[in-house]
Design a protein around this ligand. Sequence first.
Ligand code: SAM
Ligand code: SF4
Length: 337
Amino acid sequence: MTGVVDSFGRSIGYLRISVTDRCNLRCLYCMPPEGVPKIAQSEILSYEEICAVARAGAELGIRKVRLTGGEPLVRAGLPGLVRMLSQIDGIQELSLTTNGTLLKQYAPALKEAGLSRVNVSLDTLKADRFRCITCAGELSDVLEGIEATRNTGLHPVKINVVVIRGTNDDEILDFAEMTRKAEWHVRFIELMPFKGTAEFVPSIELRHQISSMGKLEPCHDSAGPAGNGPAAYYRLTGAKGTIGFISPLSEPSFCSRCNRMRLTPDGKLRPCLLREDEIDLRTPLRNNASSEALKRLIQKAVASKPERHHLEAGSNPCPKAATSRGVMNRRMSQIGG
Ligand code: SAM
Ligand code: SF4
């Protein structure tokens, strides 16, 4: 057991750090085409400030750190941050979630700086649809980025697919087929009801579809892609890769396994992705707070972690209908997915 234990007995050993709210894509479920008002540069944590939080977290038992955004690779000098974080005692795994468009350029430097692994978000295998979903991107950039990452030895690369009814739910079998052809670790994620999002597809429906291709065998290898994260993993008999399902909406026990907290680009510690409570770390950081003071704030955030979110599966996932407390205050790109 690692990390601080919250009020519900969950051990919190994982910190997701959003390094920027900026992005070079505009995924239709995440950002409007015109973008969103940017957090002022002066409000965004410096790499030194991020490391001060990570160091205090590591002293409390944080063992895994994931960098995310916005698009983390659009922030200048990201490999430098990876290097700084990799030198913090106690942090055992340092990973990155990215849209993959800049990976070809950065994968070797990231590996060299000490990154452990990469998750790439990819919602379609069709070039024209990719342009529609992301408003801007080129599928070939992401595919080349995935290859470049594998070639550097960053392994396993996990592919995150957010499934949106009527948009990409006709590609489930194509993604599953990729796990047969190559060592792709595909994870289907239920679309969460952030601002402006469309309809999610329950994981059970996807499992039924994929079962038509062959037997889906549960996969429990904790050293492999299964790890100890939120996904339930399976493998089609004989396939090289795996298929995971992340079901925040349809799986009632999803939150009972939550082991994480999030740090926003502007220095707010967010105990739950889907609740609006945040603890400000930027002000104390800029007032030269000691590591002990930061640790007390982190412990306070852990203690305030709610037992569960209150998004109701099956409800119309527009923000007002989906949360008991109204519209979410931030988009996913402003929190870090
Ligand atoms: N830009 C990077 C990327 O796309 O991987 C990192 C940030 S992005 C916010 C992190 C993850 O959140 C992506 O896998 C994205 O697909 C996912 N995401 C964004 N909005 C979501 C939503 N409403 N529901 C479920 N996942 C979402
Ligand atoms: Fe950018 Fe990632 Fe959001 Fe897409 S999901 S708009 S790539 S932050």
